[in-house]
Design a binder for this molecule. Structure first.
Ligand code: CU
Length: 278
């Protein structure tokens, strides 16, 4: 092959790899009451949970972002001091994700509207392995979302969340999500990407297992810790390793008891299971 055609191919390949995303307004169902929300989705994906973005490690991966919302937005990656340029309504921004060490990070739209309407997701760097699980944790106050969507600014001191979600679903719907329900076989090693997209810190409690914290976007000194309870602070990304040494069904839940309710009723919220088959 001539070098000239090699470079054309290389340029084509790098364009083809750019992940196309969109900012999409829609609704989220709070037990029969639809609430306005924002999501960051893959360009062609139907409305649903926020996109998981996979990029190689130490590489500024190309991406694009179409803004279908009515106001301008910028993307932020927490804990790494990165913000994209702004993208106006109806416009598309071409950008590059920051080059990062392997692990789990949280991306989201900057500002109150993007944060509180739930435009936030998992940025998974360097390990887009088959069988990797993911928990995008969040909390929301459903009766404030109409006001925020209309430009209102709630008093943060009055924040009273009533729904707590994993991948934008609350228990028992979490069990329908094969990326939130950790179903493995004895002897398997599972990787779980966790981010906290909520307004409050969350503490995951594992029954049956200690997990090893492989990486934290906020506290690198925690790498290697083996715990049955794992704090996940606002905006933090963690990569957890679970070695399935025993068969059975085990709950995983936020240790803050309000977070395992739906609109005040137990059980609900931030609760899923680890199911290990013999
Ligand atoms: Cu527990």
């Amino acid at each position: 092959m001539k070098w000239s055609s090699f470079w054309v191919l290389l340029a084509w390949a790098s364009v083809a790899e750019a992940q196309a995303l969109r900012i999409a307004p829609g609704t989220w169902d709070a037990q029969g009451t639809p609430c306005p929300v924002l999501r960051v989705l893959e360009l062609e994906a139907p409305f649903g949970p926020n996109a998981v973005v996979d990029v190689p490690e130490n590489s500024a991966a190309a991406a694009s972002l179409l803004n279908e919302d009515s106001v301008a937005h910028a993307l932020v990656v927490d804990d790494v001091d990165w913000t994209s340029a702004s993208v106006g309504p109806g416009e598309t921004l071409d950008f590059q994700w920051p080059a990062l060490a392997s692990g789990t990070y949280r991306y989201h739209l900057e500002g109150l509207r993007g944060e509180r309407l739930g435009a936030s997701g998992i940025l998974r760097v360097g390990y887009a392995a088959e069988g990797a699980f993911r928990w995008h944790l969040s909390d929301l106050q459903s009766n404030t979302l109409d006001s925020i969507a209309g430009g209102g600014v709630p008093d943060p001191a009055l924040y009273t969340p009533d729904f707590f979600t994993i991948n934008e679903a609350h228990y028992p719907n979490t069990l329908e999500d094969p990326t939130a329900l950790v179903a493995v076989n004895v002897g398997d090693t599972a990787l779980i990407s966790v981010v906290n997209a909520g307004q409050m810190d969350h503490v995951l409690h594992f029954h049956g297992f200690h997990v090893t914290l492989l990486q934290s976007s906020r506290s690198p000194e925690r790498a290697g810790w083996s715990k049955d309870s794992v704090p996940v602070r606002r905006g933090e990304g963690l990569t957890l390793q679970l070695i399935a040494h025993q068969a059975g069904t085990y709950p995983v839940h936020d240790h803050n008891l309000i977070a395992v309710t739906n609109a005040g009723f137990y059980p609900g919220g931030m609760l899923t299971q680890i199911i290990v088959s013999p």
